[in-house]
Design a protein around this ligand. Structure first.
Ligand code: FES
Ligand code: FES
Length: 180
């Protein structure tokens, strides 16, 4: 059987691969590209352990064909950290003990990031609703919700700080121009 050549973007990098027509994106990520963050829990779209985003939309990579990533933008849990600096969601999951065995964690992180990207200040109900497609057998969910709430607060604080810094930089350069 001939393979399908796919050109896509994964975590900001241009990536090419050849996959079988019926091969799911989860298997491509894990077995062909070595991106083993997404996990296979059920393989039927029920557990969310394989969550990734496709053009910003949360999907179960066990239900998406590898060929469907052609020309699209895929983001996985591996793209969350900035080099050695963990994303606030990652640090808060650790801080709030929002993981135990960790199998579900990559899926929860990706789903939480997708939520905060579209709704930076979600209510507890909105968080629970957004994460309803992700199953965890260990934590009881409350710690996960707390971790997402703390991350939302932290991201909002960071955004305010960045804005304030940019403003003071702008003001300083204005003052310099006036003096010159
Ligand atoms: S492995 Fe994809 S939803 Fe469970
Ligand atoms: S931490 Fe074990 S399934 Fe969630």
């Amino acid at each position: 059987m001939s393979g399908i050549h796919v050109s896509t973007t994964i975590n900001g990098d241009a990536v090419e691969y050849v996959c079988r027509p019926g091969e799911v994106l989860l298997d491509v990520l894990r077995d062909r590209l070595g991106l083993t963050g997404a996990k296979e829990g059920c393989g039927t779209g029920d557990c969310g352990a394989c969550s990734v985003t496709l053009d910003g939309r949360l999907v179960c990579s066990c239900l998406v064909l590898g060929a469907e990533a052609e020309g699209r933008e895929v983001n996985t849990v591996e793209g969350l950290a900035d080099g050695n600096t963990l994303h606030p969601l990652q640090t808060n999951f650790i801080k709030h003990a929002a993981l135990q065995c960790g199998i579900c964690t990559p899926g929860f992180l990706v789903a939480s990031k997708a939520l905060l990207d579209r709704n930076p200040n979600p209510t507890e109900t909105e968080i629970r609703y957004a994460l309803a497609g992700n199953l965890c057998r260990c934590t009881g969910y409350d710690k996960i919700v707390r971790a997402v709430q703390s991350s939302a607060k932290q991201l909002a604080k960071d955004a305010t700080k960045t804005k304030a810094k940019a403003k003071s930089k702008k003001n300083k350069s204005k003052t310099k121009k006036k003096r010159a």
